[in-house]
Design a protein around this ligand. Sequence first.
Ligand SMILES: [Fe+2]
Length: 213
Amino acid sequence: MYLLTPYKITYDTQKYPFKKIVSEMMEFKKLEYLHLLQHYDLLVREKDQSTIWHKRYYEKFKTDFLPTYLELVKELKERFGYDEIIYQTIPTFRVQLAEGNLGVGEWHKDRTYNHRTTEVNFWMPFVNTNQSNTIWMESKEDKGDYRAYEVKYGDILVFSGANLYHGNKPNESNETRVSVDFRLVDPNKFIPNEAGSINMKVKFDIGGYFEKI
Ligand SMILES: [Fe+2]
């Protein structure tokens, strides 16, 4: 699971039909066109979790998203050869609206936000992303060679978000990007943190931001 440079894995979208699930949660068929429903001015750090679509996702998370997510986590645990794995309880929802908006308001390393360097990030879009609406990242810590990682629906980008600078550029394409990202941690490398998540307002520990399966 731990590699220095970002890489992609695939999953079965028949078995884990997240696009359909998320479309139903949003009450809108074409996730690429969510920006047509409601306009938002440029979302800054404090506002990038505040759209009506975030509200719909977090309200329906337990009933609509969680069961399939747990199945995927179990599969990943087996694929990476762990008996137990620690996973992010609620994947973070992101929307990067077309018409020049951002999905995350700031370029950063996750460790600036109290994340441990042993956490591994999984970035999973529900649309086919393009250069303009996807995540940008350096390939090695502080190398500064930023590039767009285009990820298709059915693929997951795996990377070390605590160590690599990442962010996004204004989405100048005509398609909105909808994604979630979550973290998996090897239980042997897990270090709880009394400090917590600024978005979720829970501690970085099992029973809070994380669970073990
Ligand atoms: Fe991040």
